[in-house]
Design a protein around this ligand. Structure first.
Ligand code: ATP
Ligand code: ASP
Ligand code: MG
Length: 320
C-alpha cells in the first residue's frame, strides 16, 4: 500500500510558497502536456469540447457507491431556486448526447465535501476535475479502447518530451501494455476481500479494468443476471482508482425502479425521466478520469494535493 502522508507533510502543502518549487513547476508542465495530449486525441476523433456547469438542480447522487464518504452537500438558493454544486455532470452528459452532439467531453470541476478522515489517503480532494466524456450508442469495449489510447499516449508523450521534469521528480514511469487486463469485481473480492482495489493496485504493473460494480442508478444493470455493465480503471503501484464509467440505463421503467430502490427523489431527475419516458434518452457509454489522480500517478507523487497549486485537501481550508 502507498504510505499515508503525514500531517506535517500535508500542512507544508498548503503554503503558497510551495508554488515557487521546481517540483511544483514540473508537475504543472506535465499536467499541461497531458491535457493537451488527451484533448487533441478527442478532438481528432470528432468529440465536441463542452464547457462545465457548476450549479444545477440535478447532479450525481454519488449514492449508492461502495466508496461513499461525503461529509456535506452544498445547496444554495439562487433566484429563489435551490441548486446544488456539481458532484459530477453525469445527468448533463446523458441529456447532451441524447439531444445534441453524440460525442462530448468536459473538463468538469467537481465539488465533493469528502470526509475529513480522507485528508491523508493521498488520493482525495474536495475540489477536483474530471475529464468526463460520453458517447451515444457506445459500449463498454469502445470505452476500454478509447481510454487505453488516452492513457498510453499521454504516458508515452511525457516519457518522450518531459525527461528533465521526470528526472527532477525522480519518476521512473513505465509505458503500459495495452489492452489492459479485465477483472470482475466479484472475482477480486473473493480473492482479496473488501480491500480488493488496494490489493490489485499494489500487485499490478499496468492499469487494470474492473467491471460489474453495484452502484448508482444511471449505470446499466442487466435485471435478469444482476450484472452491471460498468467499470473502474485501477492504476498500478498502489495509486488506486483513476476512472469510473459505464454503459447507461435509458429505459424509463428501469430508471424509475432504481431511483426507488436507492431512495432517491424522482423530482431531482425530472428531465432525465421525461426524456426516457418519451424514448428520447439514447443509450450511451462514458467515463470520467480524475485529472489530478492521473497526474499524481504520472509524476509519482505521495499526495494528490501536490498536483494543485492551491490544494483542496479534505478537512483543510487554505488561505487561498
Ligand atoms: P473513490 O472511491 O476513490 O473515493 P469514487 O468512486 O467515489 O472515488 P467517482 O464518483 O467514480 O469517484 O468519480 C470519478 C473519478 O473522479 C474517480 O475515478 C477519480 O479519478 C476522481 N475522483 C473522485 N473523487 C475524487 C476526489 N475526492 N478527489 C480527487 N479525485 C476524485
Ligand atoms: N464520471 C462518472 C461517469 O461517467 C460518474 C462519476 O463521477 O462517478 O460514470
Ligand atoms: Mg468510482
Amino acid at each position: 500500500m502507498k504510505s499515508q502522508t503525514s500531517l506535517y507533510e500535508i500542512s507544508s502543502l498548503t503554503s503558497v510558497m510551495r508554488i515557487r518549487d521546481s517540483k511544483t513547476s514540473a508537475v504543472l508542465k506535465i499536467q499541461s502536456r497531458v491535457l493537451k495530449t488527451m484533448t487533441d486525441i478527442l478532438l481528432a476523433k470528432g468529440f465536441q469540447w463542452v464547457l462545465p456547469v457548476i450549479l444545477a438542480k440535478s447532479t450525481d447522487p454519488l449514492w449508492p457507491d461502495p466508496g461513499y464518504s461525503i461529509e456535506d452537500r452544498i445547496e444554495v438558493e439562487i433566484y429563489g431556486t435551490r441548486v446544488k454544486t456539481m458532484q459530477s455532470m453525469i445527468v448533463h452528459k446523458r441529456i447532451l448526447v441524447s439531444l445534441g452532439p453524440e460525442k462530448i467531453f468536459i473538463l468538469s470541476p467537481n465539488i465533493r465535501i469528502e470526509s475529513r478522515k480522507r485528508m491523508t489517503t493521498g488520493k482525495h480532494l474536495y475540489e477536483f476535475t474530471q475529464l468526463d466524456l460520453e458517447v451515444a450508442y457506445a459500449k463498454m469495449k469502445d470505452m476500454f479502447t478509447l481510454f487505453e489510447e488516452l492513457v498510453k499516449e499521454s504516458i508515452e508523450d511525457v516519457r518522450r518530451e518531459m525527461h528533465p521534469e521526470l528526472e527532477l521528480l525522480s519518476r521512473d514511469l513505465r509505458i503500459p501494455t495495452v489492452p489492459f487486463k479485465v477483472y470482475k469485481r466479484a472475482e477480486l473480492e473473493k480473492e482479496y476481500g473488501e480491500d480488493w482495489e488496494e490489493e490489485i493496485s499494489n500487485i499490478s504493473k499496468d492499469p487494470v479494468w474492473v467491471t460489474d460494480i453495484p452502484r448508482q442508478f444511471y449505470d446499466f444493470q442487466d435485471f435478469e443476471t444482476g450484472e452491471w455493465r460498468n467499470y473502474d480503471l485501477i492504476l498500478p503501484e498502489g495509486y488506486g482508482e483513476v476512472l469510473s464509467g459505464a454503459e447507461r440505463e435509458y429505459e424509463y421503467e428501469k430508471i424509475l425502479k432504481k431511483l426507488e430502490r436507492d431512495g432517491l427523489r424522482r423530482d431531482d431527475y425530472k428531465l432525465l425521466l421525461d426524456l426516457a419516458e418519451k424514448k428520447l434518452l439514447k443509450p450511451s457509454a462514458g467515463a470520467g478520469i480524475g485529472v489530478e489522480r492521473f497526474i499524481r500517478y504520472i509524476c509519482g507523487l505521495k499526495h494528490i494535493g501536490e498536483v494543485q497549486p492551491f490544494p483542496r485537501i479534505p478537512g483543510l481550508v487554505p488561505e487561498l
